[in-house]
Design a protein around this ligand. Structure first.
Ligand code: SF4
Length: 74
């Protein structure tokens, strides 16, 4: 099932783009693309889960690789 997720399909693109999570639009593509609430025309709202992942990535507490690994384990 996780093989169908956009985040997994596009993982190579994310991993090759070092520091992509510092770019708000790229982070939204990473975190939100598979969310049922995602609306491409409304990128202003950030849910709490988004803020948590953003801070964990930007503070270097987790890596994109670890996020992807966690998703694969679901
Ligand atoms: S900010 Fe949160 S609720 Fe909104 S699309 Fe992203 S993950 Fe979904």
């Amino acid at each position: 099932m996780t093989g169908q997720l956009k985040i997994i399909i596009n993982e190579k693109q994310f991993l090759e783009d070092k520091g992509f999570y510092n770019d708000d639009n790229k982070l939204i593509e990473f975190v939100c693309a598979d969310c049922d609430f995602y609306k491409p025309e409304d990128k202003i709202l950030e849910c709490f889960a988004f803020k948590i992942i953003k801070n964990l990535l930007r503070k270097g507490i987790v890596t994109p690789e670890e996020v992807l690994d966690a998703i694969r384990e679901e």
